[in-house]
Structure formats: structure tokens, C-alpha cells
Design a protein around this ligand. Structure first.
Ligand code: MN3
Length: 246
């Protein structure tokens, strides 16, 4: 086991203990009061209950993932923004798209924590119960650029499976609506390369370890049952209009 995955496990175990002590609060604590700074960064509340994706994603994983992992990225950004307030005043896309202009002393922390905030904000958004199926323009783009749904899902799962250690697998959408599959390590986000994610899946162990342990491929397959295609259609339209926020 790598030191990274050991840290994640320790982090997950700590989160579990805390969640077990206050099980009913895990969902309600959507937006913890910022520890410091201008409070510019806010944890977006989930729009569905934490048990919405059982049995594909277990409730405890959802509670820890949203209420502990994502909320920590948000809290860290509010701490960083205490000394660097402009980070919280600029649009997220502008900051992540110009990491070179972030002060050296906090650049890596911003990359990791603001990247994590962006990735998870997208992630909660593109999942939902009764997510339907792709149709219209999105389905046409999947057929045209990704070889149809079956090949798309096979290739996306394979790419996610190949990520070594922690990271993400994304569907990138360009301004013309063209789709492609790309992966990123850690909490990197395509915005950092001037690209945009239509959707993506989190392949950090914290996203699946309690149910799937080492079986990341099983998680990748099951995850499709949680995808909200209505929201992805909205994101696709926004990407083509140049208005996609995260
Ligand atoms: Mn995660």
C-alpha cells in the first residue's frame, strides 16, 4: 500500500468515527461555518439524501465523502483566502485556469484544495437518483465522438481503472461540443489546462473503499447507476454556450 492510500484510509477511518458519533448530523452539516477568511468558499449541499445511491454507493461513503473530504477542501480554501482574499473574489475558473499567477507559497495548496472543490462540486451535480438515460444532443455526441454508449462506458471505466493512485476520469467537452475521455492525477481539474469537464468520476479510494475495497473496476461499473443525465444535458448546453461554471 502506498503512503498516499494509507493516508486516505486513516482519513476515512477518522471520518467514520466522527460520523458514527453524530450519524444524524452528517447530512445536515452541508455548509460548515468557515474557520477563517472571507468565507467565500461554500460546500454545496447535496440535492439528494446520502442513501440515494444504495446499494451502488453506500450511505456512509456519501456522508464521509461530502461531509468530511469535500468540506475539508472548502475549509482549507477559506483558510488560504484569509491571507489571499483575491482567491475568493475571483471566479473559480479564473483562479484554476491561471495557477501560475497564484503566489508560490500557496500554489500547490490551491491546486489541491480548489481543484478538489471544483471536482466534487461537479461530481455531486452530475449524480442523482432516477438519472434517466442520455438522449438528444448528448447521446448524438457520445455516438459521434466516443463510439456509442457501450464503447464509451467500457473506455471510461478502463481509463478510470488505469489511474495509478488517486485521481479522476473525465469526459472533456470543447466549445464545439466534441467529447473525449481524459484522466487527471490527484485533484487536478481540466480547467487547469484550459479544458472543461462535462462529467467525471472520482477514483480516489475514499470514493469507494468501504463497499468495494480493492475492486475499483466494480465501483466504476456500478457508478453508472448514479449518473444524472438530465444534469449532464444541461452542462453540455452550457459548455457549448460558454457558460459552464465548474
Ligand atoms: Mn473525492
Amino acid at each position: 500500500m502506498s503512503s498516499m492510500s494509507r493516508r486516505q484510509l486513516i482519513s476515512a477511518a477518522t471520518g467514520m468515527a466522527a460520523a458514527a458519533a453524530t450519524p444524524r448530523l452528517a447530512f445536515a452539516q452541508a455548509a460548515p461555518a468557515p474557520a477563517s477568511g472571507n468565507g467565500a468558499f461554500i460546500l454545496p449541499p447535496l440535492t439528494y439524501p446520502t442513501n440515494a445511491f444504495e446499494p451502488y454507493i453506500d450511505q456512509k461513503t456519501m456522508e464521509i465523502h461530502h461531509g468530511k473530504h469535500h468540506s475539508t477542501y472548502v475549509a482549507n480554501m477559506n483558510t488560504i483566502a484569509k491571507d489571499h482574499p483575491t482567491l475568493g473574489e475571483k471566479p473559480l475558473v479564473e483562479v484554476l485556469g491561471n495557477l501560475g499567477s497564484v503566489p508560490d507559497s500557496v500554489r500547490t495548496a490551491v491546486r489541491n484544495n480548489l481543484g478538489g472543490h471544483a471536482n466534487h462540486t461537479m461530481f455531486w451535480q452530475i449524480m442523482g437518483p432516477q438519472g434517466g438515460k442520455p438522449d438528444g444532443e448528448v447521446l448524438a455526441a457520445i455516438d459521434r465522438d466516443l463510439g456509442g454508449m457501450e464503447k464509451f462506458q467500457t473506455d471510461f471505466n478502463a481509463a478510470g481503472g488505469r489511474v495509478f493512485g488517486s485521481g479522476w476520469v473525465f469526459v472533456i467537452v470543447d466549445k464545439s461540443g466534441k467529447l473525449s475521455i481524459e484522466t487527471r492525477p490527484n485533484q487536478d481539474n481540466p480547467i487547469m489546462d484550459g479544458k472543461r469537464a462535462l462529467m467525471g468520476n472520482d477514483v480516489w479510494e475514499h470514493a469507494y473503499y468501504l463497499t468495494y475495497q480493492n475492486r475499483r473496476p466494480d465501483y466504476l461499473k456500478a457508478w453508472w447507476n448514479t449518473v444524472n443525465w438530465t444534469k449532464i444535458a444541461e452542462r453540455y448546453a452550457a459548455a457549448k454556450a460558454g457558460t459552464l461554471a465548474v
